[in-house]
Ligand binder design. Structure first.
Ligand SMILES: Nc1nc2c(ncn2[C@@H]2O[C@H](COP(=O)(O)OP(=O)(O)OP(=O)(O)O)[C@@H](O)[C@H]2O)c(=O)[nH]1
Ligand SMILES: [Mg+2]
Length: 463
């Protein structure tokens, strides 16, 4: 199956740096394309060995200028032969020293040898185009590279090994069965026992609907692991927001002091919580201040609170009536609707009995000074951020493209089920065809060039 994309010519040899641009112990330069090994041979010190090398071989030698014989770097060269390897065509990887001038030298030599600079995702595009992977797996490759937490990484890896592709294939199998039944009834309307067949068709369509619904229901969680969520710490001045922020980050990021109004500019940091890449904000203590700078800090902080998926509203438990919110706190908490967790800080200053009673009454108690109760708060944040998922569903989708196509397929299937028996068979066949069409687009059997271009352009170069 070959796809032609205006920007992705699959006939020539491409090359790119696959490791980050920068100084390092090693760098990897990757190349692929029909005849690429022969093209490289004059620039490799052991040309004959390279030409005879089997796929999977690793050769030691140097990359040299073929005209002058001058060595550019001493390298290891990995050789891949069609149809094995990542792209499914002849390919190689040069493991060179991670020196920027060295990398530039090898890349410009490759350009002189006729290698074109690869575009984003072009190696994966070739893998897809040579039937090495379907589109759900190709998307998983990008998601693995972009994963910010171990959880996101594990889930993407599961998709790469076919977790989503398997479900889509199962759904396609059922649809195929349903379609075959309908098409037969269309072609041979006079045959008997239509009722039994209609029952089978409906059962296959219903089972297929169920698979798609379950997959769709995982999307919110899947996207959360990839995109993350914003969580803000809020509260009155001196509630201990910055102390808690520093405790969670395990570093002295925010300035802490007993002077109220210490934090003005909000501060943000990335922390993985329950596998979710959380952007945590320390904000200015909420109070009316005549000071222009502090007032502006509070205004900006309020904006952060409006946009956050979740706000931890911190209250100093050692002040005022025991575990009673004052009117000001209540007003802010109410304004946040369901997006708030109220937590009581400085509980190290309370008598142990009072603390025990408060916990029993269901108050979330912690101490940013000692760390007591912080794990409980973090657990609660994770629980509140995670949407419901069908029990036992392990294939999480997180691609909006897949989500939209699943929805299209499901809509057609629901139309089919709703109208079953009540409308002409050819319309039923059309609904099933549409449901199948959307699933085929998910795995990439049928796609449009724009969609492919859009998808692969989001990859990094060299992948
Ligand atoms: N005993 C005790 N003191 C705390 C605790 N958390 C914070 N403090 C103290 O409370 C004071 C204020 O802490 P901060 O973390 O600066 O409070 P904040 O909410 O960021 O204050 P602003 O930035 O002014 O809004 C400091 O003196 C902290 O050492 C706690 O859990 N226990
Ligand atoms: Mg502060």
């Amino acid at each position: 199956m070959k796809h032609g994309l205006p920007d992705y010519n699959t006939e020539d040899c491409i090359a790119a740096l696959a490791s980050p641009w920068g100084q390092g112990a090693l760098a990897v330069i990757r190349a692929s394309g029909q005849g690429c090994l022969e093209r490289l041979a004059p620039a490799f010190s052991k040309a004959e060995k390279l030409l005879r090398a089997r796929g999977g071989a690793m050769l030691h030698g140097s990359i040299k200028n073929p005209q002058t014989g001058e060595a550019l770097d001493e390298v290891m060269l990995g050789v891949f032969r069609k149809p094995a390897g990542y792209t499914g065509e002849d390919a190689f990887e040069i493991y060179c020293h991670g020196s920027l001038p060295g990398i530039r030298g090898i890349l410009s030599l490759l350009a002189r040898l006729g290698f074109r600079q690869a575009r984003s995702g072009e190696f994966t595009f070739r893998a897809f185009s040579n039937g090495k992977m379907d589109l759900t797996r190709a998307e998983a490759v990008r998601e693995i590279v972009c994963a910010q937490t171990e959880k996101a990484h594990t889930l993407a890896l599961r998709r790469l090994s076919g977790a989503v592709a398997d479900k889509i294939n199962e759904a396609k199998g059922l649809l195929l069965q349903a379609r075959a039944d309908v098409e037969i009834r269309l072609d041979y309307p006079e045959e008997d026992s239509p009722d039994a067949e209609a029952g089978d068709t409906a059962a296959a369509a219903a089972r297929c609907e169920e698979i798609l619904e379950r997959l769709l229901a995982t999307c919110a969680e899947g996207r959360l692991y990839q995109e993350g969520a914003r969580v803000a710490l809020a509260g009155r001045t001196n509630a201990g927001k910055s102390s808690l922020f520093n405790y969670v980050l395990k570093e002295e990021r925010s300035i802490v002091s007993e002077n109220p109004g210490t934090t003005r500019d909000y501060i943000e940091a990335l922390v993985p919580l329950a596998g979710i890449p959380v952007r945590l904000y320390d904000t200015a203590g909420l109070r009316d201040s005549p000071d222009f700078v502090e007032g502006e800090g509070v205004r900006r902080s309020r904006r952060i609170l409006e946009e956050a998926a979740l706000v931890v509203y911190l209250v100093d438990a050692s002040e005022g009536g025991l575990f009673r919110l004052d009117a000001e706190d209540e007003k802010t908490i109410l304004s946040l609707g369901g997006r708030v967790i109220t937590a009581w800080n400085k509980t190290d200053l309370l008598p142990p009995q009072a603390l025990r009673a408060a916990r029993q009454a269901g108050h979330l108690c912690l101490s940013a000074a000692t760390g007591d109760g912080v794990a409980g708060l973090l657990g609660e944040i994770g629980k509140r951020l995670l949407p419901e998922r069908p029990a036992g569903e392990e294939a999480l989708i997180d691609s909006l493209r897949q989500k939209e196509l699943l929805e299209q397929s499901l809509a057609a299937l629901r139309r089919f089920s709703l109208r079953a028996g009540k409308y002409p068979l050819d319309m039923a066949a059309e609904d099933l065809r549409e449901a199948m069409g959307a699933l085929e687009k998910i795995s990439g059997e049928t796609t449009t060039e724009e969609m492919l271009a859009l998808m692969f352009s989001r990859f990094c170069v060299g992948k």
